[in-house]
Design a protein around this ligand. Structure first.
Ligand SMILES: C[S@@+](CC[C@H](N)C(=O)[O-])C[C@H]1O[C@@H](n2cnc3c(N)ncnc32)[C@H](O)[C@@H]1O
Length: 324
C-alpha cells in the first residue's frame, strides 16, 4: 500500500486511519466527480486524489484555507516563512504568543493563523465557541515550530497545491443541504457527517433530523454514495444504521483503542461504511442485523489487501513529497 498522506490541518474527526480502507473499497468504481459535503481536513480526498472534486464544509476557515492554496495566496514557501517567524515569537514568549495569534485569528480569520493554531493547539483539536471563536488552548510546547516540523508542513502544503492545480477542484463553504442540491447521478459522494449528539460546537453539531435529510437527499440524487459512521462498540450498537440507513450495504472494519497503558485494556469499535451500491466486501444491512442478533462476527473486511485506487488518481510526480 502506498503511504497515507497527512494534511497540514488537524482535527479530532480526521479519517487518516480509514483512508486506505475507504480507497480500497471503491477501487473499481467509475465516476466523473468526487463530492464531499463534509470535507473536514480533506484527508480522504487528498489521498484518493480524484481528477475532479467538489469539497464542501460548513466551517468557513477550512474552506478559506484550501481556497488560499488554490489561489496561491498560501504556498509551501509562504507558510514556511510565516511559521518560522511566528514560531520564533512563540518560543521567545514561552508560549504566551499562542494566545496573541488566537485573538488575532478570531478578529481577522487569517488562514495562515488558522494553520499556526491547528499545529500548535492542544492535541490538534478543532473547536469553536458559541460566537464562532477558536477556543482550543496551547499545546504547551513553546518550541513547537522547530525547523523539521515547519519543513514538513510546508511540504504538505506543496503536495496539496499540486493536487488542486493539476485537477479540477472546487471548494465551497456551505451547508450539506446546498451540496445535496448540486449532485449529479454520475458523482461519487463520500459523506462523513458528525456523529449524532457528539462533537457539538459552533460549526459542528448534528441531529437525527439532519441525518434523515442527508439520507433522503443522497437517495434522491441517484448518485453513488458512501457514508462513514460507527456500527458498534462494547456497550452500544448504532441503531441509526438499521433505521435511517436500513436500505444500504455495509462494510465494517475493527478499530482498537487503548484505555490506559495496559495492553489488555483494548476496546474494539466497528467502523462502518454504508453505501447504496455493493462495495468490495460489503454485505446487506439486513444480513448485518441478523449477524448481530445471532452473535456472529460483525467484521466484513479482510485484514490485508488495502489498495489505493490508482485509476481514479491524478498522475504526476508526487512520490517524494507524498511519503513525507
Ligand atoms: C467528521 S468531520 C469530517 C472529517 C473529514 N472526513 C476528515 O477526515 O477530516 C465532519 C465535518 O462536517 C462539518 N459539518 C458539520 N455540520 C455541517 C453541515 N451542516 N454542513 C456541512 N458541513 C458540516 C464539520 O465542520 C466537520 O468538518
Amino acid at each position: 500500500m502506498s503511504k497515507i498522506f497527512v494534511p497540514p490541518i488537524k482535527s479530532q474527526g480526521i479519517k487518516t486511519k480509514l483512508v486506505g480502507w475507504i480507497g480500497s473499497n471503491i477501487s473499481s468504481i467509475e465516476y466523473s466527480r468526487w463530492v464531499e459535503p463534509f470535507m473536514g481536513t480533506g484527508v480522504v480526498a487528498f489521498n484518493i486524489r480524484p481528477k475532479k472534486a467538489l469539497l464542501c464544509d460548513s466551517n468557513p476557515h477550512l474552506i478559506n484555507f484550501y481556497k488560499s492554496l488554490q489561489s496561491k495566496e498560501i504556498t509551501g514557501a509562504i507558510a514556511k516563512k510565516h511559521l518560522t517567524s511566528e514560531g520564533k515569537l512563540l518560543l521567545e514568549s514561552g508560549g504566551d504568543y499562542y494566545y496573541t495569534v488566537r485573538d488575532r485569528f478570531n478578529d481577522l480569520g487569517n488562514p495562515l493563523d488558522f494553520l499556526f493554531l491547528s499545529r500548535s493547539c492542544f492535541n490538534g483539536m478543532m473547536r469553536f465557541n458559541r460566537k464562532g471563536g477558536f477556543n482550543v488552548p496551547f499545546c504547551r510546547k513553546p518550541n513547537r515550530f522547530a525547523q523539521a516540523l515547519v519543513t514538513k508542513i510546508s511540504n504538505q502544503i506543496d503536495y496539496i497545491s499540486q493536487i488542486i492545480e493539476f485537477g479540477d477542484y472546487s471548494f465551497k463553504h456551505q451547508d450539506f443541504t446546498e451540496t445535496l442540491k448540486e449532485l449529479n447521478s454520475d458523482d461519487l459522494v463520500y459523506s462523513d457527517p458528525p456523529y449524532i449528539g457528539r462533537h457539538v460546537d459552533y460549526f459542528d453539531s448534528w441531529s437525527e433530523e439532519e441525518e434523515i435529510l442527508l439520507h433522503g437527499g443522497l437517495q434522491a440524487s441517484n448518485a453513488k454514495f458512501i457514508l462513514s459512521t460507527w456500527l458498534s462498540n462494547q456497550y452500544r450498537t448504532n441503531e441509526y444504521v438499521f433505521s435511517i440507513w436500513k436500505d444500504c450495504f455495509i462494510s465494517t472494519k475493527e478499530h482498537f483503542y487503548h484505555v490506559g497503558a495496559k495492553e489488555s485494556n483494548r476496546n474494539a469499535v466497528y467502523e462502518a461504511l454504508l453505501s447504496n451500491f455493493e462495495l468490495k466486501e460489503s454485505i446487506k444491512n439486513s444480513e448485518m442485523k441478523l449477524r448481530i442478533e445471532s452473535n456472529i462476527s460483525q467484521l466484513t473486511t479482510q485484514k490485508n489487501g488495502i489498495v489505493i485506487p490508482l485509476q481514479t488518481t491524478l498522475n504526476f510526480e508526487d512520490a517524494k513529497v507524498a511519503s513525507r
